[in-house]
Design a binder for this molecule. Structure first.
Ligand SMILES: Cc1cc2nc3c(=O)[nH]c(=O)nc-3n(C[C@H](O)[C@H](O)[C@H](O)COP(=O)(O)OP(=O)(O)OC[C@H]3O[C@@H](n4cnc5c(N)ncnc54)[C@H](O)[C@@H]3O)c2cc1C
Length: 286
């Protein structure tokens, strides 16, 4: 197994594209190294992207935030402007693992691991985040929801690396939130996760919303019907009931030892309702 630590994206994508065997990108390694140690994967090449400058910074731009692919959960949490604009995204990323894991794990790794239960992914989808992908054929930008295609599988092609995540600029009176249900208080995989992002007008009417659910389908899913239930309302009880019903209806969960399908369907509605109430409050709603 070869371990490479390139300094440019061009070098990194070239290494991945030329490799004939199994090649993997390494960001924080909190998924990859576990899979390697437990024998699930036997890489021929590992390309560590942490030396590439473009992956290491959070940039505030006129049209939002650019978060480099190797930025850790701990670094997100320390970024005051990002935390203020996107509290739901940062709280979701900060639920990943422990303090030690936070020092290494990245949202991009969470996304590319393509677990349906990934904590930061529903929040990124609700935030309408996009990813910038660099590959042998150049750069392309796609919405986060187009990255995971099945459990453990992404739409990335050979040689492609996600360079950064883009979060849009927030209109005034916007807020987001992420909640998950786990049987323990921390260090567990979401049985259900729900993220909601809303924008209100000056009278408290919801003018824009996005809702995403984790751990209730083969991939994290956007629920446009749930967003529709909020838009044009003051997010009163009737709207929240409709949001919860739309979320439960969108679930296609499995039964496993951590939760039955019936339980996940019910909890998805409950969590989405609570997340919507927090997002509304963060947006300044009374
Ligand atoms: C103790 C422990 C607790 C955990 N708790 C949680 C939890 O509560 N919630 C949760 O969601 N997850 C949890 N995880 C899983 C893991 O920490 C997260 O998924 C984390 O965000 C992965 O990020 P990483 O940078 O470490 O990814 P890595 O392990 O470096 O990579 C993960 C996958 O993504 C690919 N990849 C990484 N970066 C890129 C890129 N830029 N472009 C293309 N492909 C890329 C890698 O090749 C690999 O297949 C936990 C893991 C551990 C060990």
């Amino acid at each position: 197994m070869r371990y490479e630590r390139p300094q440019t994206m061009k070098e990194a994508t070239g290494l991945l594209a030329r490799e004939k065997g199994r090649a993997f990108v390494l960001a924080g390694g909190t998924d990859l190294l576990v899979r390697l140690r437990t024998g699930f994967i036997e890489p021929d090449l590992i390309v560590d992207i942490k030396r590439i400058t473009a992956t290491r910074s959070i940039d505030v731009r006129s049209n939002g935030f650019r978060i480099g692919a190797a930025v850790t959960g701990a670094e997100l949490n320390e970024h005051a402007k990002l935390t203020k604009a996107w509290p739901g995204v940062v709280e979701a990323a900060n639920l990943i693992g422990s303090k030690q894991v936070q020092g290494r794990c990245t949202m991009t790794g969470n996304l590319c691991n393509a677990s349906p239960a990934a904590d930061s992914v529903p929040a990124l989808m609700a935030a309408a985040a996009k990813v910038v992908i660099v590959g042998p054929k150049g750069k392309r930008t796609i919405p986060v929801e187009q990255v995971p295609v099945a459990p453990g599988k992404t739409s990335l092609k050979k040689g492609e690396i996600i360079e950064s995540i883009l979060l849009p600029k927030r209109p005034p009176r916007s807020g987001d939130a992420y909640l998950r249900f786990i049987p323990r208080t921390e260090m567990d995989i979401a049985v259900v996760g729900a993220a909601v992002s809303v924008t209100l007008d000056a009278k408290g009417m919801c003018t824009d919303a996005r809702v995403a659910l984790g751990a209730v389908a083969p991939t994290v899913v956007l629920v446009p019907e749930a967003a529709k239930a909020l838009i044009g309302t003051k997010m009163d009880k009737a709207a929240l009931d409709a949001l919860a019903a739309a979320c439960s209806a969108a679930c296609r969960p499995i039964d496993d030892k951590r939760g039955t399908s019936e339980f996940r369907i019910k909890v998805a509605g409950v969590l989405a309702r609570r997340a919507a109430q927090i997002a509304r409050k963060r947006a300044g709603g009374k």
